[in-house]
Design a protein around this ligand. Structure first.
Ligand code: ATP
Length: 669
């Protein structure tokens, strides 16, 4: 039931003369507001009670002194008929036999005088003796419309403050509201304020921050696990058909799709070879939809008592519904549901069969935006009813990556770790690694990096090749199984890699095999210094530290000049100290260079040292600002320049003052 339906229900119960209502909620303020409006509507006086204030307003002519539960019940008769009494947190007294007796004595009087006692609080247990005269209602969390009102209030608050202007499309607003569904109004407001603070526009990070607020909702359950959304669709190499399909499904959650009555997607089943990106796809999908990703551990559902497993399943699913919108992930279902009678007619396990039945019924009836992703590595033990048409929107088969996909995956994993893929002969590596899974390709990169580091040199093609040589892909030992799986999936599943792409990739593979890979064009006579080799390979952070270490005391313009070949270094950004933001260190830098220096200084890998301004004289473009000799404790009224350099050791005197710096946009050079 949503808020309006509950209010309708409450209205009819109060008007019908229900004397005792127990309402369970954590959202006291919101429901107090709603109940105040309701009593106005139905022309009942509203009186509230807490143990600290007693009845408010107090009965005519009485002062409220030393409130108590007993006194509350004594004073109800002092009010004229047609009143609603909102009693907060009464659970501390409700089990007292004297109080229970008194309430039972009061029931008739309350009914004849059209008075209703509403007990409101996080605990709402009805004592057995009062069961016949009471009703317990769990008040729902705010629905979309309620949150819309709250969201508008947060935006209005923002406009009144001097925060940056934030212009949102209606689709963005819709996504921001949906991202907090399942939270209370107060929690939602806090979450929006935190996620939107200081932002002039939205990006992916806003949604991941909002979604992570929902972590607490699943924290009470040992059946559900909440995942952080670190990977996006861009982190998946290949699987283009699957990615295209997902992109289209995401559209079905938009308000436009809702207006046009497009049905909510149900989910997908990913069947395929181990380590080829099924779990990764589940994570990236949640991020694409901006939904939290919740994993249901099927093995943990099993209870020893009869019926316990289904009860656990129903409880877990109810919890997921309260978090919706969400992506619900069932990993390795062939193991989780092992024991269900399969096509082969093997041993059947009645509990498991019922469990699958419970799940599938829930899935077909669910009205909330919950996208189910089930993953499986084999078809043995896979419940056949799960594979029946109409259960999932699509069954995908995820195969070992082909040549182009391998290239793509190697590139993604090199880039993820700061290396420029174009500096390596990925074509060669992809050609050699036929039969490798995505996880194994990732492992080639990781192992090569560790080996190169251990041997004290920068990652090279040789390291990658050695790493490739030492990896035996699972497909060698599991060839028969993979072959059988592929055959099984042929007519039953859609391929995660689109067929036309497969053909074109096969062609390109052929072309590639016929092609001669050109020799390395690097200039072997003058090897680059280590910092430049690092920068050349895309390892800019390491290059910067190496550059400073080699030179020991580096001025900002020298650093910018050196790195200029490898990244954008000039721009309208500057660095200043955090303790005194008018102390400018240098300006005219690009945002990325500023961020890089800032990060290295914050993580104490580089340090700022005040230096002699004379050293800057040789560089024509000094800052046109008053010059400081050393950092000052005094708050500077205007910006001033502290000539400084970067080193690998902290300054003996001013280390603390210069340990925290910040990036800022500067004008005027
Ligand atoms: P399993 O059934 O063993 O869980 P899986 O198919 O779910 O396997 P993942 O867990 O998604 O495979 O893959 C493991 C890791 O390998 C991923 O986290 C990712 O880093 C890498 N990987 C696998 N496939 C891909 C891919 N297509 N693109 C990029 N990385 C991949």
């Amino acid at each position: 039931m949503n808020t309006d339906a509950v209010l309708d229900d409450l209205r009819s119960r109060i008007e019908a003369g229900y004397p005792l209502l127990f309402l369970q909620t954590w959202e006291e303020q919101r429901w107090e507001r709603e109940l105040a409006e309701l009593s106005l509507e139905i022309e009942r006086g509203l009186v509230t009670w807490t143990i600290t204030t007693g009845l408010q307003p107090p009965p005519l002519g009485e002062e409220q002194a030393e409130p108590s539960a007993w006194k509350l019940l004594q004073q109800l008769g002092d009010y004229p008929p047609s009143h609603v009494f909102l009693v907060k947190d009464f659970h501390a007294w409700i089990n007292d036999p004297v109080i229970v007796r008194r309430l039972r004595d009061l029931v008739n009087e309350l009914i004849t005088q059209r008075k209703t006692l509403i007990f409101l609080g996080p605990v709402a247990e009805i004592p057995f003796d009062l069961a016949k005269d009471s009703v317990r209602i769990e008040l729902p969390l705010p629905d979309y419309e309620d949150l819309r009102v709250e969201f508008d209030a947060v935006l209005a608050e923002r406009r009144e403050s001097d925060e940056a202007e934030l212009s949102l499309t209606s689709d963005e607003e819709d996504k921001l509201i949906k991202a907090v569904m399942g939270l209370s109004t107060q929690e939602s407001r806090k979450a929006w304020r935190r996620a939107l603070r200081g932002r002039a526009q939205l990006d992916d990070a806003v949604f991941t921050t909002l979604i992570s607020e929902k972590r607490t909702l699943a924290s009470g359950s040992d059946l559900l696990e909440f995942y952080d959304l670190e990977e996006g669709v861009g982190d998946i190499g290949g699987l283009d058909a699957l990615k295209d399909w997902m992109g289209r499904r995401a559209e079905a959650y938009s308000p436009r799709a809702r207006e046009q009555g497009i049905p909510l997607p149900k989910g997908m089943l990913l069947l395929g070879v181990q380590g080829c990106g099924k779990s990764l796809t589940a994570r990236a999908t949640a991020r694409l939809l901006s939904f939290p990703l919740i994993r249901l551990d099927i093995a943990n559902l099993l209870g020893s008592a009869r019926g316990e497993s289904e009860k656990n399943m129903r409880n877990a699913l109810a919890l997921v519904e309260s978090i919706a919108p969400a992506v619900l992930w069932l990993d390795e279902i062939e193991k989780g549901f092992a024991g269900v009678e399969t096509d082969g007619g093997g041993g059947s396990d009645a509990t498991m069969t019922r469990l699958v039945g419970t799940f599938l019924t829930w899935m077909s009836e669910i009205q909330k935006p919950i996208f189910v992703i089930a993953t499986a590595n084999s078809v043995q033990n896979l419940p056949p009813e799960m594979l029946r048409r109409g259960r999932f929107d699509e069954l995908f088969f995820v195969d070992l990556p082909n040549f182009d996909e391998r290239k793509n995956i190697l590139g993604i994993h090199l880039k993820k770790r700061g290396w420029k893929p174009e500096q390596f002969d990925i074509d060669d590596l992809a050609t050699r690694s036929d039969g490798f899974s995505g996880a194994e390709l990732e492992q080639i990169v990781v192992t090569a990096m560790i080996d190169a580091f251990g041997q004290g040199h920068i990652l090279s093609q040789d390291d990658l090749e050695r790493s490739w040589r030492s990896t035996v892909p699972l497909s060698v030992t599991m060839e028969d199984k993979i072959f059988a799986l592929r055959n099984w999936a042929q007519d039953r599943c859609r391929r995660a890699t689109s067929d036309s792409r497969v053909t074109s990739m096969l062609e390109s593979e052929e072309r590639h095999n016929a092609m001669q890979i050109p020799d390395d064009e690097g200039d072997a006579d003058t090897p680059l210094p280590p910092w430049a080799q690092l920068a050349y390979s895309g390892q800019l952070k390491a290059a910067l530290v190496e550059f400073v270490r080699a030179d020991r005391d580096v001025l900002f313009p020298d650093l910018a000049e050196a790195l200029g070949k490898y990244m954008e270094v000039t721009g309208d950004q500057g660095l200043a100290t955090r303790s005194n933001p008018n102390t400018v260190l240098w300006a005219g830098m690009s945002q990325s260079l500023c961020e890089l220096i800032n990060e290295l200084v914050s993580s104490k890998r580089l340090y700022i040292h005040p230096t002699d301004v004379e050293r800057y004289k040789a560089i024509q473009k000094g800052l046109r600002l008053p010059i400081l000799k050393e950092p000052t404790e005094d708050r500077l009224p205007r910006a001033a320049w502290l000539p400084s350099s970067l080193r690998c050791a902290p300054h003996p005197v001013h280390a603390a003052k210069l340990a925290r710096i910040g990036r800022m946009k500067l004008s005027g050079g």
